[in-house]
Design a protein around this ligand. Structure first.
Ligand code: NAD
Ligand code: TDX
Length: 341
């Protein structure tokens, strides 16, 4: 069935990869891409779609109900990525997180209900479940796990998830929530650990490892995440939540060693810095529901090849991250790392 999508946040890391996937694998679908181009939104992420008649970019804020109303009147599906997405920034100032992640989602839901949207896919995160202990490796987050967000970012995402849940329960809206683990791949903003570390090493700068480096993350390639979103859009059941994960847990120290090895650098490049406040110890996600009910499985996340390809992408796209790392980002970097790296 041909679809007309409203994608929010499609100039960011995951959203731009998703738009590219749709244009490649669903060529008869049309995409309207609404993005405010905040510090992490970048039209260069969509450069290869320039001139594509089935992709329309609109610069605008999801909190602007008039713009959203106008665009939704022309669409039948919403895929909602737009958000403030960096935990460290939410610790510095949670205001923009409440504005975009909570208020923005409420506005989208209200307009989507009035517009009788066919499907509303809300892209959320495993961070809403909080943290797992290191000494019980068998524990993983399932869709039934309690919501226990620990950072202002995670709290704002959990709040948006609850608004989406309520929209289904109260109004019967055809909403679906996905909760994914840490993504890696091309076009990730270099404040996130992998592109930050790789770009620092290219510049021969040390890498700032938080705390003891033993915090664990589950890594999934962004294209596997995007395929999961397309799968739930087409085959998911309204009102459901689907976890998305890579079964690919690494401590930050292991990840750092792998990056150093791939880049031919030594351990002397590691700079231990103060831990993130409230730093979640471990994320691990059980995605068996998505796999058994809808047939999704990750195909691009195999480690270490996928990491190597990603590292190479940042080495080959120096101009992209150098432009991104200059300007306003410098100020954030100086503030976050206090001149230590
Ligand atoms: P990102 O920061 O790279 O991109 C976010 C995009 O949203 C940017 O283009 C930005 O300009 C846009 N945006 C922000 N506020 C907006 C507003 N008010 N109106 C319109 N556009 C706005 O983030 P990302 O890593 O691509 O994450 C996308 C989504 O996926 C987020 O909802 C995030 O919570 C979720 N998620 C991310 C990960 C991950 O590992 N990166 C994992 C799971 C879930
Ligand atoms: O300088 C750093 N040093 C460091 O040790 C940075 C930026 C991070 N880290 C650690 C903190 C985390 O344990 O690396 C791990 C990954 O950090 P981030 O890349 O900031 O990701 P995380 O906080 O795990 O959140 C990510 O995954 C879930 C995304 O940013 C979220 O948007 C997503 O919801």
């Amino acid at each position: 069935m041909s679809r007309t999508l409203l994608v929010t946040g499609g100039a960011g890391f995951i959203g731009s990869n998703f738009v590219r996937l749709i244009r490649r694998d669903r060529p008869d679908w049309t995409v309207t891409n609404l993005d405010a181009l905040t510090y992490s939104g970048n039209l260069e992420n969509l450069a290869d779609l320039e001139g594509d008649a089935k992709h329309r970019f609109v610069r605008g804020d999801i909190c602007d109900a008039d713009v959203v109303r106008h665009l939704m009147s022309e669409c039948d599906v919403v895929v909602h990525f737009a958000a403030e997405s960096h935990v460290d920034r939410s610790i510095q100032d949670s205001g923009p997180f409440i504005q975009s992640n909570v208020l923005g989602t409420q506005i989208l839901l209200d307009v989507a209900r009035a517009a009788n949207i066919d499907r509303f896919v809300h892209v959320s995160t495993d961070e809403v479940y909080g943290s797992l202990p290191l000494d019980q490796p068998e524990l993983k987050f399932t869709e039934e796990s309690m919501l226990a967000p620990n950072s202002p970012y995670a709290a704002s995402k959990a709040a948006s998830d609850l608004l989406v849940r309520a929209a289904h329960h109260t109004f019967g809206m055809p909403t679906i929530i996905t909760r994914c683990s840490n993504n890696f791949g091309p076009f990730q903003f270099p404040e996130k650990v992998i592109p930050l570390f790789v770009s620092n090493l290219i510049e021969d700068k040390p890498v700032p490892l938080y705390g003891d480096g033993l915090n664990v993350r589950d890594w999934l390639h962004v294209e596997d995440h995007c395929e999961a979103i397309l799968t739930v859009l087409e085959r998911g059941a309204p009102g459901e939540v689907y976890n998305v994960g890579g079964d690919n847990e690494r401590s930050n120290l292991e990840l750092t060693h792998e990056i150093l090895r791939l880049m031919g650098k030594g351990d002397d490049m590691i700079r231990r810095v103060q831990d993130r406040l409230g730093h979640d110890r471990r994320y691990a996600i059980d995605s068996s529901k998505l796999q058994s009910e809808l047939g999704w499985k990750p195909t691009r996340s195999a480690w270490p090849d996928a990491l190597e390809q990603t590292v190479r992408w940042y080495c080959d796209h120096e101009q992209w991250w150098r432009r991104v790392k200059s300007g306003a980002y410098r100020e954030y970097y100086e503030n976050q790392y206090q001149g230590l790296v």
